[in-house]
Design a protein around this ligand. Structure first.
Ligand SMILES: [Zn+2]
Length: 408
């Protein structure tokens, strides 16, 4: 085994107690600890806010799907090797879903569609089960169960380019908001036109899809590279690539244009002239799988999460027993404001308590001693800016809530 990089998310995840893999629960099935779950919930809120801003409707669909669903979608024909064994219930066969596209399609088809209904944008943080070889499993990056910030856009052909532009803008905003813009790059993945087996054989469809995607990328001035023979079976992709702690590049998530599934599910709408038309689909993730993006963020910030993501945002450090009561009062106040706070009532010296807070990479420590008690103030030690002036607790709370609201 090679030595693990200090910023490897597996190492930091254990040191900071963020997730845990238990062999009895199963390989490739990491569990989020309470601290990790705090981060996960923040990522979920971030995702849904961004999606609302970009006009998505949220849906919620089950993680099982019937056999017919995956026959129609082609998953059983092309994706079987990554799916778990079927479950037979009273003669009906179900699969743990590897993707939610078919669910979203069937949900959209619940009523007749007119050209006025488009675009339809469905988003869901959906849980997936995919088989991965045990040798390829890696921490939170490659797992057998994950939650993808997934979504599907159904558009009229004339809306496709603008919709793809919006997808790119949303993705760029998301990566910036998560502080990942420096390690993320974009790859436009095209088919190999000579390989007729690997790619859906329809030149006209490929030319349309690839030129639309290129137009969208150029229009917003995205910096991207082009890669041939990296597309999906059914269409070109925009791959959002990110570098891990070891400098290795991996795909964080993708956005894809798809003309094929609308055909397979026979999705149609009535156009303005009364004729029947077929929409186009975009498969896209907002920030990737929660686990994978968490891993990249952890590595990139070296476990020093920004305040809004930090599992513990503040630690209250009373110097001695006489300060416990006031410290508890402050702890309760912060908790009531929804701030994630811990209180250290151990017998350790103040120096040791501060060192522990630094080891745990907690953004703020509040020191409570005689002076603070007398002045009804708190002395603030910031992880990133050092020792700040003593301030009344109300001032600290408003500074903190402001920073959290702005996702600093
Ligand atoms: Zn999809």
């Amino acid at each position: 085994m090679t030595e693990m990089n200090d910023n490897d998310h597996k190492k930091l995840g254990q040191e900071l107690d963020l997730f845990y893999i238990d062999e009895k629960v199963g390989k490739g099935l990491p569990m989020w600890t309470p601290k990790g779950t705090a981060i996960k919930f923040e990522l979920e809120n971030f995702t849904r806010e961004l999606e609302r801003k970009y006009g998505y409707d949220h849906v919620s669909t089950p993680y099982l799907g019937g056999e017919e669903l995956y026959k129609t979608s082609g998953h059983l024909a092309h994706y079987r090797a990554s799916m778990y064994a079927p479950i037979d219930m009273d003669g009906d066969v179900f699969y743990l879903r590897p993707m939610a596209c078919p669910h979203h399609i069937r949900l959209m088809q619940r009523k007749p569609l007119s050209y006025r209904d488009f675009p339809v944008r469905y988003a869901e943080i959906a849980d997936y089960n995919r088989y991965e070889k045990s040798g390829e499993l890696m921490g939170m990056i490659r797992t057998r169960y994950f939650e993808l910030t997934d979504g599907h856009i159904f558009t009229r052909p004339d809306q496709l380019k603008d919709e793809f532009v919006n997808v790119c803008k949303m993705i760029a905003e998301g990566m910036k908001g998560l502080g990942l813009e420096d390690i993320v790059s974009y790859r436009f993945s095209k088919r190999d036109p000579n390989n007729k087996e690997k790619y859906y054989p329809d030149d006209e469809f490929w030319n349309r899809a690839e030129s639309t995607m290129k137009q969208a990328l150029d229009e917003i001035g995205f910096k991207y590279t082009e890669a041939e023979d990296e597309a999906a079976f059914y269409g070109p992709k925009l791959d959002i690539q990110a570098k891990n702690a070891n400098g290795k590049e991996d795909t964080l998530f993708t956005a894809q244009i798809d003309f094929l599934l609308p055909e397979k599910f026979n999705i149609t709408y009535v156009d303005s002239d009364g004729s029947e038309k077929r929409p186009v689909m975009i498969h896209r993730s907002t920030i990737g799988s929660l686990g994978r993006v968490f891993a990249f963020i952890t590595e990139h910030c070296e476990g020093k999460f920004p305040l809004w993501l930090a599992p513990v945002q503040v630690k209250v450090l009373p110097i001695g027993e006489t300060h416990f009561l006031y410290a508890t009062e402050i702890f309760d106040k912060l908790k009531a404001e929804g701030i994630r706070v811990e209180l250290d009532v151990s017998d350790e010296t103040l120096g040791k308590k501060i060192r522990n807070t630094k080891m745990e990479k907690i953004p703020y420590a509040l020191v409570i001693g005689d002076k603070e008690l007398a002045d009804k103030k708190v002395t603030v030690e910031s992880r990133d800016s050092g020792n700040l002036d003593a301030m009344p607790i109300a001032e600290f709370v408003s500074k903190l809530t402001e920073e959290i609201r702005n996702r600093k």
